[in-house]
Design a protein around this ligand. Structure first.
Ligand code: FES
Length: 156
């Protein structure tokens, strides 16, 4: 088992910030065109030193274990970040202590990055409690949830 896999395994033993956030200010959902996995992230903002910063972040995932581990790391890492700081974080940076994403797992990190950017783009969840859950959304792809599929990665 590689060090990365070992770190993922450890992160999955105690995943952080999993679940819907009832009082979220913003929510973002993405699906991966590579594997069909989906991830949703909720953000709650607060004010610190006159700046709007992320107070809390949570996620719900129908994705692989890597995506769950990255989302767990990322939601911890996001606390206290301004919108600009959060937007500047790459999938690799969001992976935090997991270490560098192996090439086959980069899209798993990008799923987390995509959901974060989607949430940062200000899709305000005015009534998050009435939103369908991610599992509902998957059962009814034509339902009310708008899925923003990421662009396939460019080969460069
Ligand atoms: Fe789909 Fe990891 S394999 S997100």
């Amino acid at each position: 088992m590689s060090e990365f896999e070992e770190n993922v395994r450890k992160a999955l033993a105690t995943p952080q910030n999993q679940g819907e956030m009832q009082d979220a200010d913003s929510v973002g959902t993405v699906g991966s065109p590579d594997c069909g996995d989906m991830l949703r992230m909720w953000l709650k903002f607060t004010e610190k030193d006159g700046k709007k910063v992320i107070d809390r972040a949570t996620f719900q995932s129908f994705g692989c274990q890597t995506a769950i581990a990255v989302a767990s790391m990322a939601t911890e890492l996001l606390k206290g970040k301004t919108i600009e700081q959060a937007r500047a974080l790459s999938a690799q940076e969001l992976s935090g202590e997991l270490g560098a994403l192996p090439p086959m797992k980069i899209h798993c990190g990008q799923l987390v990055e995509g959901a974060l950017r989607n949430a940062l783009d200000g899709s305000v969840a005015s009534t998050p409690s009435t939103m369908p859950t991610l599992s509902d959304a998957m059962k009814q792809p034509s339902g009310k949830v708008k899925l923003n599929f990421q662009n396939p990665p460019t080969a460069d």
